[in-house]
Design a binder for this molecule. Structure first.
Ligand code: MSP
Length: 498
C-alpha cells in the first residue's frame, strides 16, 4: 500500500532582513514537490516559517530601537506575504516565538537531559553572529578571523555552556547516510558531508549564558542559560506538527523531504539527526540541498550593490514568470545565476513566444475556422518517462526541459502542417475540413497534456490552459498568457529610428 501522507519542510529564514531570492528557492522547490505529491493523491503537509531568536535578531531590534519581540512582530508578516505572492501553497507557517513551539523545545531539552546527553562545559573559542555558529580554531585560522560570508570578524567567547553529546551519534549518522536511510541529494553533497565528519562529529554547545544571549528559549532547569538558536530552530520541523502533545505529528513525521541551502547542510545532517536519535525519532528520508544564486556571477552583497529584490521581479512579471525562471534556469541541485538579461530572455522567449503564442494561436485558429469548437480531443501520446524520472530525482529543471521539448515540437508541427493553408483549401478539397479539425484537436490535446505537466511548477498557467481547451469550446475572452515585457533589455520589435 502506498503511503497517503507526505511531509516536506523548508529552512526557516532569520527575520532580520527582507525576504530574498535564496528564501524563494527553498519555497519553490518545496512547493513544486508538494504540488506533484498532491497530483499523485497524497495528503501533503508543507511547513514554512521564520527563525526569530538569537543575537543577530536581538542586535537588529536594538538598532531599530525596538524590543526583540516587537521587532519580530513587525517582520514576520513580510515572509508570510512573500510566500503568498509566490503562490506557494504551504499548509503551515511557524514562528519560533510561538508559545507552543517554545514549550515543545523546552520539552525536547528535558528529553536530552533525561537521556544523559547534556553536560556543562566551558567554551573558549570563536563565534560568528552572522552564521549563528561556533567556529573551530582551524576554520578561524583558515579565514584569518573573518567570516567569508558575512565579512565580519569572529567574536572571541569565553563562557559556560551546556553541550549536547552529538559525538555519540557519529557512527549511527554515518551509517544512516551511507546506507541511504537518510539520503542527501545530490550525492556529491553527501560525500562532502561524510568527509567533514570523518574524524567524528563534535559535541555541540547548545546554550549560552544570558549575559551573552538573552533572546531565546530559556533552559528549563537553569535560568542563567538560554538555548542556542539552532537547537530551537531545528526543532520547528516537529513542533510545527504538534510534537509532543498532538498525536497527529506521527502521521507526518518522518519528513519525506527537507529542503535546505548548501550553507546549512551541516546543521541538518549533523546536529539535527543527532537530536532525533536522542529523542528516539526516525530520521527524515531525504535532505534536498540546493545551491546558491549569484547575481551576474557574483555573490549578492549590499556593498557590491548587486542584490536582486525578488519583490521587484514579482511585481513586474508575476509569480508564474518568477517560478519559471528559478525552477528551470537555476539547476535544482547546483548553483545558478540571475541576470535581468537571462530573466527577460526566458520570459519573452520561452514563456511569451514558445508557450504563450502557441496557446493563443491554437485558440485563435479554433475560433476562426471552427467557431471555437474542437472535435474530439485525442488522448496524449507523449512519453512522460523522462519527465517523471526527473521529478523523482529532484531535477526540476530537467522536468521543465522535457515540457518545453513538447511545446517546441508542437510549434514545429504547426509550422510544418500549416493549418492556415489547410483552411484555405476547404473550398476545393473535401478532406481538408476533417484534416484541419484533426490538427487543431491534436494541438489542443497536447496543450492539455502540457498543462497537466505544468501543475507542479506553474499552477496558474496550467489552470489557464485548461480553462481554454478542456471543455472543447474555446471561451470568447482568451487573454494572451505572457505579454511581452522589456524593462531591462531592448525590445527586438522596436526598429531604431536614425
Ligand atoms: N535561520 C536559518 C535556518 C534555520 S532552519 C532550521 C538560516 N536562515 S537564512 O535566512 O540565513 O537562510 C534561509 C535559507 O535561504 C537557507 O536555505 C539558505 O541556504 C537560503 N539562502 C540564503 N541565501 C541564498 C542564496 N544567495 N542563494 C540560495 N539560497 C540561499 O540559515
Amino acid at each position: 500500500m502506498t503511503k497517503k501522507h507526505a511531509y516536506i519542510t523548508t529552512a526557516i529564514p532569520y527575520v532580520n532582513g527582507q525576504p530574498h531570492i535564496g528564501h524563494a528557492l527553498d519555497y519553490l522547490l518545496a512547493d513544486a514537490w508538494a504540488r506533484y505529491q498532491r497530483q499523485l493523491g497524497k495528503v501533503v503537509r508543507f511547513q514554512t516559517g521564520v527563525d526569530e531568536h538569537g543575537n543577530k535578531i536581538a542586535a537588529k531590534a536594538a538598532e531599530q530601537g525596538l524590543a526583540p519581540q516587537a521587532y519580530v512582530d513587525s517582520m514576520y508578516g513580510n515572509f508570510l506575504e512573500f510566500i503568498q505572492k509566490l503562490e506557494v501553497d504551504s499548509t503551515d507557517f511557524i514562528r519560533t516565538t510561538d508559545i507552543k513551539h517554545k514549550a515543545a523545545v523546552q520539552y525536547i531539552w528535558q528529553q536530552l537531559e533525561a537521556a544523559g546527553l547534556l553536560y556543562k562545559g566551558s567554551y573558549e573559542g570563536w563565534y560568528c553572529q552572522g552564521c549563528e555558529a561556533f567556529i573551530t580554531d582551524k576554520e578561524a585560522a583558515e579565514n584569518n578571523g573573518i567570516c567569508p560570508d558575512h565579512k565580519t570578524a569572529y567574536q572571541r567567547l569565553s563562557e559556560e555552556n551546556y553541550y549536547f553529546k552529538a559525538s555519540a551519534f557519529t557512527l549511527e549518522i554515518t551509517k544512516a547516510l551511507e546506507s541511504g536511510k537518510m539520503k542527501i541529494i545530490p550525492e556529491f553533497r553527501k560525500k562532502e558531508f561524510l568527509e567533514l565528519i570523518k574524524d567524528g562529529l563534535a559535541d555541540v554547545s547548545v546554550s549560552r549564558p544570558t549575559k551573552s544571549l538573552s533572546w531565546g528559549v530559556p533552559v528549563p532547569s537553569d535560568p542563567s542559560q538560554v538555548m542556542y538558536v539552532w537547537l530551537d530552530a531545528l526543532s520547528n520541523y516537529i513542533t510545527v506538527l504538534g510534537y509532543p502533545n498532538d498525536p497527529l505529528w506521527k502521521e507526518f513525521w518522518p519528513a519525506d523531504v527537507q529542503v535546505v541551502g548548501k550553507d546549512i547542510l551541516r546543521f541538518h545532517a549533523g546536529i539535527w539527526p543527532a537530536m532525533l536519535m536522542a529523542l528516539d525519532l526516525p530520521l527524515p528520508k531525504a535532505l534536498l540541498v540546493h545551491g546558491h544564486i549569484t547575481s551576474g556571477g557574483a555573490k549578492m552583497s549590499k556593498s557590491v550593490g548587486n542584490v536582486v529584490d525578488p519583490v521587484e521581479i514579482l511585481d513586474h512579471f508575476g509569480p508564474e514568470a518568477f517560478r519559471y525562471f528559478f525552477l528551470r534556469h537555476v539547476p535544482t541541485l547546483d548553483d545558478g545565476d540571475f541576470t535581468w538579461e537571462r530573466f527577460e530572455a526566458a520570459y519573452n522567449g520561452e514563456l511569451g513566444n514558445d508557450l504563450g503564442n502557441l496557446v493563443q494561436r491554437v485558440a485563435a485558429m479554433t475560433m476562426r475556422y471552427q467557431a471555437g469548437v474542437l472535435s474530439d480531443i485525442p488522448p496524449n501520446r507523449h512519453d512522460m518517462g523522462p519527465y517523471r524520472a526527473a521529478l523523482e530525482t529532484f531535477e526540476f529543471n530537467r522536468a521543465l526541459d522535457e515540457v518545453w521539448g513538447i511545446v517546441r515540437a508542437l510549434n514545429q508541427y504547426l509550422d510544418r502542417v500549416k493549418p492556415w493553408e489547410v483552411a484555405k483549401n476547404r473550398q476545393t478539397d473535401v478532406e481538408a475540413e476533417a484534416h484541419l479539425a484533426e490538427i487543431l484537436s491534436h494541438a489542443a490535446g497536447t496543450l492539455l497534456q502540457v498543462a497537466e505537466l505544468l501543475v507542479p511548477f506553474l499552477p496558474s498557467t496550467a489552470r489557464a490552459i485548461q480553462t481554454i481547451f478542456a471543455s472543447g469550446v474555446i471561451p470568447a475572452d482568451v487573454q494572451p498568457l505572457f505579454p511581452k515585457i522589456y524593462l531591462h533589455t531592448e525590445d527586438p520589435r522596436t526598429t531604431k529610428q536614425s
